[in-house]
Design a protein around this ligand. Structure first.
Ligand SMILES: Nc1ncnc2c1ncn2[C@@H]1O[C@H](COP(=O)(O)OP(=O)(O)O)[C@@H](O)[C@H]1O
Ligand SMILES: [Mg+2]
Length: 267
């Protein structure tokens, strides 16, 4: 289809932030921030509470505009788009937001089907096929007729993930997908996000406080600090002499990254 049907895969930027400024009243969040998220890669946004991680994700979805600067999502310059244009960009995004809980009064099936019922003209039979495929993909079978209140926290997070991918997005945005989960469920969600990236070629953008899984799963890390961003691969950051980076990751983070970059990963 595209001109890039070459033998070697080119890794283009899927989301680009350039010269971003944003303040809420006197609270400055971003000052001349620049970063990018590569297509078909996993990028983890890290930063202290209040650093602007959720705000950055909202800006990708056009839910928050910067005071100044340029944001490009899948080749579209967001500042040039009106609301219908932004809605078309949003159709290419899957969003797993922190407060994006499932609706309690609806079955898991109906929750996952909801975006398709609202935005597509698929028949009920086609919707059922899509919902079952996504529930299978997140390892949830036989729960279609249950209510959210009947599922564990880990299962609920997976059901929300199934809903986020039900419209076949190109880019998956996940705000704190590990929060509140116990270690086995953190690993399970981490494995699922990695699998969705590998098997479906999804561009995955995750915010996380969870140092170990962020470092394990991120092809690239974006560290939000002092109103701006520092980006790199885990290897680049592990071997950086930059005192800000070492400070940010802490001794544990740097030591952990070194174990990963010395051959601890499977690829
Ligand atoms: N709608 C808003 N109005 C005012 N301040 C906000 C709003 N949204 C976020 N902020 C502020 O912007 C900063 C970044 O917030 P946020 O993106 O939620 O950080 P994080 O997700 O990294 O914890 C915080 O200081 C927060 O209080
Ligand atoms: Mg947040």
């Amino acid at each position: 289809m595209s001109a890039s049907a070459n033998v070697t895969e080119t890794i283009e930027s899927h989301v680009t932030f350039d010269s971003i400024f944003l303040s809420y009243g006197t609270r400055e969040v971003f000052r001349d921030l620049a970063c990018e998220m590569l297509a078909r890669r996993v990028t983890v946004l890290m930063g202290a509470s209040g650093a602007g991680k959720s705000t950055l994700l909202r800006m990708i979805g056009g839910l928050q505009r910067p005071d100044r600067g340029h944001i490009s999502v899948a080749g579209q310059a967001l500042q040039e788009l009106d609301e219908p244009g932004l809605a078309r960009v949003r159709k290419r995004l899957g969003m797993l937001f922190q407060n994006g809980a499932l609706l309690d009064s609806m079955t898991i099936f109906d929750n996952v089907a909801l975006p398709l019922r609202e935005h597509s003209s698929l028949t009920e039979a086609e919707i059922a096929t899509a919902v079952r495929e996504r529930l299978d993909a997140v390892g949830l079978e036989g729960v279609e007729n249950l209510l959210p209140g009947e599922l564990s926290g880990g299962m609920l997070r997976r059901a929300a993930l199934a809903r986020a991918i039900v419209e076949d997005p190109e880019i998956l945005l996940c705000d704190e997908p590990f929060s509140g989960l116990d270690p086995p469920n953190v690993e399970r969600i981490e494995a699922l996000l990695t699998q969705l990236n590998r098997e479906r070629g999804l561009t995955v953008i995750v915010t996380s406080h969870h140092m170990a899984s962020s470092l394990r799963m991120g092809h690239r890390l974006v560290l939000l600090r002092n109103n701006t961003a520092i980006s790199g691969t885990p290897e680049e950051l592990a071997t950086s002499d930059d005192s800000e980076i070492r400070d940010f990751l802490g001794a544990d983070g740097v030591a952990y990254l070194k174990t990963l970059s010395s051959g601890g990963t499977s690829e």
